[in-house]
Design a protein around this ligand. Structure first.
Ligand SMILES: Cc1cc2nc3c(=O)[nH]c(=O)nc-3n(C[C@H](O)[C@H](O)[C@H](O)COP(=O)(O)OP(=O)(O)OC[C@H]3O[C@@H](n4cnc5c(N)ncnc54)[C@H](O)[C@@H]3O)c2cc1C
Length: 263
């Protein structure tokens, strides 16, 4: 695994991977991935410190991909800017958030992104405007690129008001999601109807369903938690069972949100 300290390191890593014919994968905080039990046979490029710049230019936030999204939410709120305050409980990086079009409480990255800097597999830097990114629900359509930096268009708001919103949302999240248990984030995308994936899984009677150490969370049915000794294979079996049961009982085909990687 490589933790690049600067953009040049990412370019060198991609060159190395290309020369050696090694597959590569970029990760942020790994909060929406399930790595299979055989691991990932290649180079993992993990963006974090070093690529986590944060700068406000007027109402535009210029943010490195490695910055944790909750920190972005806090720092912009402190500075009196609204637009990402509702992301306070999304436990990933800004790069992962842009790539996944992460969102919460009715807000998503697609609404605030104005420009993204990416590196293609050949190490070439590109600047993409919002219009060039085919965002949809929980997807950016960016393809095989590395998000390095994003510009976010925000609006002015009183810090006290933003912090009040964040306090409320954070308490709600702590009470309603398995924040302190290992898990791979929301497993399924919400299917778009009146009911969320979590509601459907609960309605199908699957809260608490378990295989090995992998449990459908009692707190929120769209999370599968590891209670100590779950393998990725256990989690995948639970996913398969949930998907088939919801399709059979409720006639809804659930689509995966979590990215399954490795062998
Ligand atoms: C308890 C919990 C609560 C969550 N709540 C929410 C929520 O409310 N809303 C929501 O949308 N998500 C939620 N998630 C999921 C997750 O936090 C988000 O999808 C987050 O944005 C992923 O960021 P990450 O840096 O961890 O990405 P990772 O999990 O590391 O990667 C996810 C995907 O993005 C790609 N990727 C990561 N970084 C980059 C980059 N710099 N360039 C290109 N591709 C990249 C990876 O290759 C992978 O395909 C939750 C997860 C947990 C565990």
């Amino acid at each position: 695994m490589l933790n690049p300290a600067e953009v040049e390191d990412v370019e060198k890593a991609l060159q190395f991977a290309q020369e050696k014919g090694v597959p590569w994968l970029v990760l942020g905080l790994g909060s929406n991935v399930l790595v299979k039990d055989g691991g990932f046979p290649g180079l993992v490029i993990r963006l974090g410190k070093g690529l986590d710049k944060f700068e406000m230019k007027g109402a535009t936030a210029i943010v490195g991909a490695g910055m944790p999204t909750p920190l972005l939410a806090r720092r912009t709120a402190d500075a009196g800017f609204a637009g990402v305050e509702r992301f306070i409980g999304i436990p990933g990086t800004v790069g992962g958030g842009v790539y996944m079009n992460a969102g919460a409480h009715g807000a998503e990255f697609a609404e605030v992104v104005t420009e993204v800097t990416v590196m293609d597999p050949k190490g070439k830097l590109k600047q993409l405007t919002r219009k060039q990114i085919p965002f949809k629900y929980r997807a950016s359509g960016l393809g095989q690129v590395i998000v390095l930096e994003a510009k976010l268009g925000l609006g002015e708001e009183a810090p006290a008001k933003l912090k009040e919103v964040q306090g409320r949302l954070f308490r709600w999240r702590k009470a309603g999601t398995p924040f302190d248990q290992p898990c791979c984030g929301s497993v399924f995308k919400n299917p778009g109807g009146p009911k969320t994936a979590g509601m459907l899984i609960e309605e199908a009677g699957l809260k608490g369903f378990r295989i090995g150490g992998a449990h459908v969370s009692i707190l929120h049915a769209n999370y599968i938690v590891n209670t100590g000794n779950a393998t990725a294979a256990d989690v995948l079996k639970v996913i398969d069972h949930v998907r088939k049961t919801v399709a059979k009982k409720l006639r809804v085909e659930l689509e995966l949100e979590v990215k399954v990687i490795g062998v």
